[in-house]
Design a protein around this ligand. Structure first.
Ligand SMILES: C[S@@+](CC[C@H](N)C(=O)[O-])C[C@H]1O[C@@H](n2cnc3c(N)ncnc32)[C@H](O)[C@@H]1O
Length: 247
């Protein structure tokens, strides 16, 4: 399944499909790292239903979003200045346009190098980039974490550890690269009911949790409770700045 079909199916339930989607603490952290004041122009790459964009809307000069999925981005209307239906790999903006660019949970579906070089191009010198994506805790849980991520969404192309972003960002003149971890406790029953995961995949996901290694269970603080499984997932937030000063 390609990401477009996946998100078209999932759009109606998206806002309730994971705890992190509308986590105000996480959203505030992303906004703070973008350092976007009232005069700032901001781009939300893979805007989805607009949960990040709405935190900037009205507080910055303007915020625009891009996404490939009409069913998702249509829900962002009213909480963003303009929405563009376009792939992140080919941004429909002039170079040096934005003071800040954010992307949460989008790059796993994208050609990472192409998107980063497009983001770099459209950022003004000195402009901030903030990325936020699910990750694994490290080498000990990555196989099980990435297997669950793949079963959850077969459209996923990329699986991220900190070193993957480090390597990709190092190819461009970004400065001030900093990483932050964020833990989000997720109900598996909540996210497997997102309307885009097939019954067969759901069964496999439940099996992976049931048979998970002790180290995975420990790192993810897995709790089996009331017929549900709770997984403390790790998100990786990356902040970087395009080198140079705008004049
Ligand atoms: C998990 S949602 C994240 C939405 C939003 N950023 C959020 O944090 O709630 C992923 C979004 O990425 C979009 N997407 C996937 N591939 C894309 C691409 N190549 N270019 C632009 N958007 C893409 C999907 O349509 C979907 O809306």
């Amino acid at each position: 399944m390609n990401p477009l079909n996946h998100f078209a199916k999932r759009a109606r339930k998206y806002n309730r499909s994971s705890q992190w989607v509308d986590d105000k603490v996480l959203i505030r952290k992303i906004c703070d790292l973008a350092q976007a004041g009232p005069k700032a122009s901001v781009l939300d790459v893979a805007i989805g239903t607009g949960k990040i964009a709405q935190a900037f809307f009205g507080r910055v000069k303007y915020i625009v979003g891009i996404d490939i999925c009409r069913e998702m981005s249509g829900q962002a209307k009213g909480c963003v200045d303009k929405i563009f239906l376009a792939p992140a790999e080919s941004l429909p903006f002039k170079s040096n346009t934005f003071d800040a660019c954010v992307c949460r949970q989008g790059m796993q579906f994208m050609e990472v190098d192409a998107v980063l070089s497009e983001i770099f191009r459209v950022l003004k010198p000195g402009g901030r980039l903030v990325l936020c994506h699910l990750t694994a805790y490290g080498r000990l849980d990555k196989d099980e974490t990435f297997l669950i991520q793949k079963l959850r969404n077969p459209a996923r192309k990329n699986f991220f550890l900190e070193q993957d972003f480090r390597r990709a960002l190092a190819k461009l003149p970004f400065a001030g690269i900093k990483f932050f971890g964020y833990i989000t406790k997720e109900s598996v029953n909540q996210w497997i009911g997102n309307a885009a995961i097939k019954e067969e995949q759901i069964k496999k996901i439940k099996e992976v949790y049931k048979n998970a290694s002790p180290v995975f269970k420990k790192l993810h603080k897995i709790e089996f409770r009331d017929g549900d499984v709770f997984d403390s997932m790790k998100m990786l937030i990356v902040r970087a700045r395009k080198k140079g000063t705008y004049d």
